[in-house]
Design a protein around this ligand. Structure first.
Ligand code: GDP
Length: 296
């Protein structure tokens, strides 16, 4: 298993107990350990670099409090900076628009987009008593639309009737019309994924986004794909106006480093963490908890 950052820094600072201020040499030695801890947690390399630079500057010259060791102080500085960068507080969905509020889900195939669509629908229905309609715009993957319909039945949430041959923008328009006419509060659009990001996918996302004018556009990312996730996030950020990120498979082995990378690359809050295959496996993202998990 991973050694905790506190233990690592304890070794670095073992001989320095009780000194006044953190010297540059102390801090640089500590930051080498921080860097390793972040890389082990699967934070993307460029993000690690810029984070370590920022924290180094912050830490040098700080007085060490009497009550703690220099190692503990550095852990606190790093963990505070990490929490702040992760967003400090939980971020709720912002659906404060004239209904139906549209949520557009984007991401690569297999990231957990369809499952997360159903999880969010269930949450809105159970916790906020919202009337939710879900529509799959995935016309590439056979049975994608049926998959969403099956999930809808499981959670008792309506899905848009399937009409074969329609294109994503047409489906989005039909879904909006249905949501308006039938008095739905929220419409969740589950867009098509791909194995890799390509321009055709991006064009499709943009066209749907223009047609549906979503209140929320959520990028769904598999937290287990730590380093790769960064490129994906970069491409989506450049081309679609994201409002937030959902990190799936946080119930797995991932240390959660992808959270820091996503936040750094997209600049958007991480709103939810997926915590299982079951449709109640969705939690509001808790920055301080993830900071602890990243540092080990
Ligand atoms: P999509 O292609 O992006 O729509 O991905 P799916 O929603 O079909 O999910 C792919 C697989 O990941 C399915 O087997 C899901 O049950 C699983 N999955 C999705 N979210 C989570 C999660 O948070 N934790 C776990 N353990 N599995 C998940």
């Amino acid at each position: 298993m991973f050694d905790s950052l506190s233990n690592r820094l304890g070794d670095v600072f073992g001989k320095l107990r009780g000194r006044g201020a953190l010297t540059e040499a102390d801090v640089r030695a500590a930051m080498r350990e921080v860097r390793i801890a972040l890389l082990e947690a699967d934070v993307a390399l460029p993000v690690v670099r810029s984070f370590v630079d920022q924290v180094t500057e912050l830490a040098i010259g700080q007085n060490v409090l009497r009550s703690v060791t220099p190692g503990q102080q550095v852990v606190k500085i790093v963990s505070d900076a990490l929490t702040e960068m992760l967003g400090s507080e939980t971020a709720e969905l912002d659906l404060n628009v004239t209904p139906p509020a549209v949520i557009m889900m984007v991401g690569l195939q297999g990231s957990g987009k369809t499952t997360t669509t159903a999880k969010i629908a269930k949450r809105l229905k159970d916790k906020e008593r919202k009337k939710v309609l879900m529509a799959s715009l995935d016309v590439n993957r056979p049975a994608a639309q049926e998959q969403l319909a099956v999930l809808g039945q499981q959670i008792d949430v309506a899905t848009l009737p399937i009409i074969a041959g329609q294109q994503p923008v047409e489906i989005a328009q039909r879904a909006m019309q249905a949501a308006k006419l039938q008095g739905f509060d929220v419409l969740i659009l589950d867009t098509a994924g791909r194995l890799h990001v390509d321009q055709q996918l991006m064009d499709e996302m943009q066209a749907v986004s223009r047609a549906a004018n979503p209140a929320e556009t959520l990028l769904v990312v598999d937290s287990l794909t730590g380093q790769d996730a960064v490129q994906v996030a970069q491409r989506f950020t450049d081309q679609v106006p994201l409002t937030g990120v959902v990190l799936t498979r946080m119930d797995g082995d991932a240390r959660g480093g992808a959270a820091l990378s996503m936040r750094a690359v997209t600049g958007k809050p991480i709103k939810f963490a997926g915590t299982g295959e079951k449709l109640d496996g969705l939690e509001l993202f808790q920055p301080s908890r993830i900071a602890g998990r990243i540092l080990g």
